[in-house]
Design a binder for this molecule. Structure first.
Ligand SMILES: Cc1cc2nc3c(=O)[nH]c(=O)nc-3n(C[C@H](O)[C@H](O)[C@H](O)COP(=O)(O)OP(=O)(O)OC[C@H]3O[C@@H](n4cnc5c(N)ncnc54)[C@H](O)[C@@H]3O)c2cc1C
Length: 460
């Protein structure tokens, strides 16, 4: 055998699993199709600018002293230090609909005070919900899915408050339209509200540099720019891994962060008896506006705003290319310590999008719709924060087509399939999933996923 474990994809979960396995003496190789590591959380340079593909916030920003907090546990497991990552905490963020605005910061106190002020009749139920989330082990790998909207009825009667609480959690990690899994709700409630947001001061380039240094210290091997073309199997086990350049590799175990239906598609022929995974359909567009000044000089002084312009928050694939009714608005330079840094003059705006449109559009429709969307976004911002239009110098937009092109995810869906495989198993006994379709989402979630699946299946 060429390796002990072969990992498909240098997404954050694949890299985290690789660090863990290499540290414990396994011969590991990560095979990545793209020329850069990081998957959906990578970075690139354009005209001298460092640009993060997807970095609004690193979640789970618990104080360093809380030893059992997920971020601190993860740091120990990956042998990283918070000081190396230069984590900058948020000032404040909010979630707003026409019904109310709830402000939150790191730790639950500010959100609790906002709920008490805007929904005094709901504060007891909200406090019970907080206690319930604190007491649950939502990271266990054997939990059954359950509707969050149904579970919330036990705590909160006011639908407007449910929508305000759900909106940030759905935007930051939900593959299911209209509702979300209650376990995922609890994980994200802890990540966003009980703990909170921070940002690595130098962005994803710095995070990836540190992660790959740890991987190399364990003698892990990384092959960039050459993907896995197919997986050979005998109906029970993977027997060979064929790369795009024709190389054939062997390993007793294979771990994939490419996604569940994407990994199934690599198995040739299809695995007998395995149910085909349902591809995700929730697409996003993300616009980066580059300004001539920090947005806080125009009055934008929060870190992340989750906004629905309609009283009911609609979380589903829209019937139009981009759903402008709701959004995430992030000002990366407003984190404490990021002022003056590489992202200080950026605004990031995220909306739900119809992946089918963006994947099928011809060149003219693609470019024309992008320009029209950006024009609407700038107009919207300028109405609320006068001066934004004049300050915008350049923009970039990522669409579901960008995501599919650079990560291979079906439909360009960031959060993958709505059916998660929490235990990471597949129809083949030595093929495992980590990352997006295992079910732990986001930067911290995908790192945790890689570590958990390596521990559960590959280090026993
Ligand atoms: C625009 C955007 C903004 C985001 N913002 C945030 C944020 O602010 N905070 C946060 O916590 N999360 C954010 N996320 C989500 C976060 O990026 C993801 O949840 C996380 O990075 C997923 O990691 P992963 O390990 O599951 O794999 P992925 O990142 O999906 O990586 C999979 C990798 O596998 C590779 N691959 C696929 N097929 C093959 C093959 N056949 N052979 C070889 N390689 C293959 C791909 O090229 C890719 O590199 C954002 C995502 C996007 C797209």
């Amino acid at each position: 055998m060429d390796y002990d474990v072969l990992i498909i994809g240098a997404g954050l979960s694949g890299i985290a699993a690789g660090i863990r396995l290499a540290h414990f003496g396994k011969r590991v190789c990560i095979v990545e199709r793209h020329r850069l590591p990081g998957g959906m959380n990578s970075y690139y340079r354009r005209r001298g600018r460092a640009i993060d593909v997807g970095l609004h916030a690193l979640t789970n920003c618990a104080p360093p002293g809380e030893k059992s907090a997920p971020l601190n546990r993860l740091m120990r497991q990956l042998r990283l230090s918070r000081a190396d990552l230069e984590l900058c905490p948020q000032t404040w963020s909010d979630t707003r609909t026409p019904a109310a605005t709830l402000r939150f910061a790191n730790g639950i106190a500010e959100l609790e005070a906002s709920v008490a002020a805007a929904f005094p009749g709901e504060i007891d139920g909200f406090r019970r919900l907080v206690e319930e989330v604190r007491g649950r082990d939502s990271l266990a790998l054997n939990l059954q899915p359950q509707s969050a909207r149904q579970a919330l009825v036990e705590f909160i009667r006011e639908p407007a408050l449910c929508d305000l609480l759900l909106m940030p959690l759905m935007f930051y990690g939900n593959a299911t339209p209209h509702d979300m899994d209650y376990n995922q709700f609890c994980i994200l409630f802890q990540s966003l509200y009980l703990e909170g947001f921070c940002r690595p001061r130098l962005g994803m380039a710095q995070v990836l540099k540190l992660l790959l240094a740890r991987y190399e210290e364990g003698a892990g091997e990384l092959r960039l720019g050459c993907g896995v073309a197919s997986l050979e199997h005998d109906g029970r086990r993977v027997t060979g891994v064929c790369l795009d350049d024709g190389t054939r590799l062997t390993a007793p175990a294979v771990l994939s962060c490419a996604g569940r239906c994407e990994t199934q598609a690599l198995c040739q022929p299809a695995v007998p008896g395995e149910t085909p995974a349902v591809p995700g359909e929730l697409g996003y567009v993300e616009t980066l506006l580059f300004l001539d000044r920090p947005p806080r000089e125009l009055g934008l002084d929060g870190c992340v705003h989750f906004i629905s312009e309609t009283p009911v928050f609609h979380y589903a694939r829209p019937a139009v290319p981009v759903d402008l009714r709701s959004m995430v608005l992030c000002c990366p330079g407003n984190y404490i310590g990021c002022e003056g840094g590489y992202a200080d003059r950026q605004i990031r705006l995220t909306h739900l999008a119809d992946g089918a449109f963006w994947l099928a559009a011809d060149t003219a429709a693609y470019a024309g719709t992008k320009a029209a969307v950006v024009e609407s976004q700038i107009g919207w911002l300028d109405q609320r924060w006068p001066g934004v239009r004049k300050a915008v110098q350049e923009w970039e937009m990522f669409t579901p087509r960008t995501i599919r092109r650079y990560t291979g995810h079906a439909n360009g869906a960031i959060y993958g399939s709505p059916e998660k495989r929490r235990d990471g198993t597949t129809g083949l006994e030595n093929l495992f999933l980590c990352g997006t379709d295992q079910g732990f989402l986001g930067i911290v979630g995908s790192l945790l996923s890689g570590v958990s699946i390596a521990n559960a299946h590959l280090l026993r």
